[in-house]
Design a protein around this ligand. Structure first.
Ligand SMILES: [Zn+2]
Length: 232
């Protein structure tokens, strides 16, 4: 059987709708019936946007809501973590010399700990204007998903054989995604940033979105595939 994504792509669309599927493959009706078994959510919206653009174009608002629903809670969590770390560092600083007494080793340790925690939270936090840039980021990530090719290192298998461990290991070239990632330069251009701004600020949120979107789409494809197989 053809790949489920290819089926969705070839079995829908204006050309496919004019006749009853391709010879030997499932009919357009069977494909649409199977699609109904795929849970609503980001994965399904992405699957339609990528492989059935006519439907995706009608569902832009749903896709937007799903993207916001995924990214906004993580952004809020990071902002809270940063605020908590800043508060703890401020308290540790204030405690030193609060009563005019000698600074204790315990207070110094707490100051170092909270300062490090604040640095870590700062380093992990996405840019402040992430939500303002969400539309641009999402479009670039979806465009990469649509245009990326199989990783030449592993042929899309996500793993490579490693004679040292006489087994398979995660493909180092694609970090186990199975796809050849776009270059930083290309991603930077897609989000309207320069290369250094991409790698300093935007790369973590871009890669997080790409990994999350890809996983959600892959889960939807599995459900779609299962429904198609069961119907066949
Ligand atoms: Zn690979």
């Amino acid at each position: 059987m053809k790949d489920a994504r290819e089926l969705l792509s070839s079995g829908t669309g204006p050309k496919a709708m004019s006749y009853d599927g391709s010879p030997g493959g499932p009919s357009t009706e069977a494909i649409l019936a199977a699609l109904a078994y795929v849970h609503h959510g980001l994965g399904r919206e992405l699957m339609e946007a990528l492989w059935w653009p006519e439907s995706g174009a009608r569902r832009r608002e749903q896709l937007r809501q799903e993207v916001i629903g995924l990214v906004a809670p993580e952004f809020t969590r990071q902002m809270h973590a940063l605020a908590d770390a800043r508060t703890s560092f401020g308290i540790a600083k204030a405690c030193i010399g609060w009563t005019g007494g000698q600074t204790t080793e315990k207070q110094r340790r707490e100051l170092r700990r909270t300062e490090q925690a604040l640095d870590d939270a700062r380093a992990a936090a996405w840019p402040n204007n992430t939500m303002e840039q969400l539309g641009v980021l999402a479009a670039a990530v979806i465009n990469e998903m649509a245009g990326r090719c199989e990783c030449p290192g592993c042929g899309g298998k996500k793993v490579v054989t490693d004679p040292d461990v006489s087994g398979v290991v995660k493909c180092p070239r694609c970090a186990g995604s199975g796809y050849d990632p776009f270059s930083g330069r290309r991603r930077a251009a897609a989000i309207g940033a320069d290369c250094s701004a991409y790698s300093r600020f935007w790369r973590p949120v871009y890669e997080w979105m790409l990994a999350s979107f890809s996983a959600a789409e892959a889960r939807a494809v599995v459900q779609f595939n299962k429904a198609l197989t069961q119907a066949a």
